[in-house]
Design a protein around this ligand. Structure first.
Ligand code: MRU
Length: 366
């Protein structure tokens, strides 16, 4: 993505200083803060505190964490320890476990002297593959947008609703749910995006920042406005990202996604989930009972961060002192509410048969 004409990924390796650099997303969209991540504790904190966030980006970050660990100590026990340590940072997005498993499977058979270089190369590969996957998701999603365009009058705007940030900064680059939107805009298709704020952490503000930087027309709305807009025919399709999909096509995503899917079904609005294959947990069938839902600090619900009129970024309290808060961070949308899954191998139905049709190599993985 370009910021003021400069292309950035969400993370990159600084070969001069031999260190990973990230954009600290806690300060976005108000400040662009770039930070080195130099110790294993900093890697864990970056994920836990959501300096990096979004399922694919968490996975890529963890792979660089393993690379650092292997540079410090390439022994078997250090490999086990770093994987166990980083796997505890966030529970819901499966890309974290996917990346750590891939690192372990790739590195464990190697000789100790080869591990540091191999781990760093693998982290680069995971990051590069993410960008490539997201480009393909964009192309498949673009075909869906073109189908909707074909049913509209020439020049009529296509209104897409999204929730949370499944954008460039939730991935290494391009995003998942936003990837088709960028391609549609670049192709001259008149697209407009309804961006749900996504309380409590307001990842919608990140999406608005991204879309604005790319020149994509968009409108920031409260979370509660989505159903109303769908009832009035002001949404042509919904595209959201995913933190963990089951092999049967349930999708777990940021809290509030389920309500969007219910509204979409009630109003005959197609509801698509965009996901790279590392987001599919092939060991799980029932999302509601089997996917662990992250419970975050209640302070995220009772307080809010923003920029005041003097330009300072500050937190303010919304509720009376001592109000008990609850903060489940994700919810599960059952497959029956999902019109289709946009993957790097194409768009498919949200069912086990359909998913295995695209990914037959996972038939036995349950
Ligand atoms: O808690 P977050 O901000 O990490 O949650 C992010 C989401 O829910 C995204 O929609 C999801 O990770 C898909 S990112 C391509």
């Amino acid at each position: 993505m370009n910021i003021d004409g400069t292309h950035y990924r969400s993370l990159w390796y600084n070969h001069d200083d031999d260190v990973l650099e990230i954009i600290d997303q806690r300060w976005l969209p108000h400040k662009l803060v770039i930070q080195p991540v130099a110790t294993l504790e900093e890697f864990a904190a970056a994920i836990v505190e959501m300096r990096v966030r979004g399922a694919p980006l968490i996975g890529a970050t963890a792979a660089y964490g393993v690379a650092l660990a292997m540079k410090l100590d390439p022994s078997d026990s250090a490999l086990d320890q770093v994987c166990a340590f980083l796997s505890k940072t966030r529970p819901t997005a499966i890309n974290l476990q996917w990346a750590l498993n891939r690192c372990r499977t790739h590195l464990a058979p190697l000789s100790v002297s080869d591990r540091a270089a191999a781990a760093l190369q693998l982290a680069h590969d995971i990051a590069d593959e993410d960008v490539e996957i997201n480009h393909k998701i964009g192309e498949h999603g673009l075909a869906l947008i073109k189908e909707i365009q074909a049913r509209k009058k020439p020049g009529e705007t296509i209104n897409v609703l999204t929730h949370c940030n499944a954008g460039w900064i939730a991935t290494v680059d391009r995003g998942t749910a936003t990837s088709p939107m960028y391609l549609a805009h670049d192709a001259g298709i008149p697209i407009h995006v309804w961006v749900g704020e996504t309380r409590p952490r307001n990842q919608g503000a990140l999406t608005a920042w991204e879309l604005g930087s790319h020149g994509v027309p968009h409108t920031y709305i409260t979370d509660n406005a989505g159903g109303h807009l769908m009832q009035r025919g002001q949404v042509d399709m919904v595209i959201v990202g995913v933190d963990r999909a089951t092999r049967s096509g349930d999708i777990c995503n940021k809290i509030g996604t389920y309500l969007k899917a219910l509204s979409a079904r009630d109003n005959n609005v197609p509801f698509y989930a965009a996901l790279p294959s590392p987001t599919i947990d092939w060991t799980v069938r029932d999302g509601v009972s089997e996917i662990p839902i992250e419970q975050r600090n209640a302070r995220e619900a009772t307080h809010i961060w923003g920029r005041n009129s003097t330009g300072e970024v500050n937190e303010v309290q919304l509720t009376p002192d001592g109000t008990p808060g609850g903060n489940p961070a994700f919810d599960v949308t059952p497959a029956r509410l999902v019109t289709g899954l946009i993957t790097e191998r194409g768009v498919t139905g949200a069912s086990e048969d359909d998913l295995l049709g695209l990914f037959p190599e996972f038939k036995e993985a349950v």
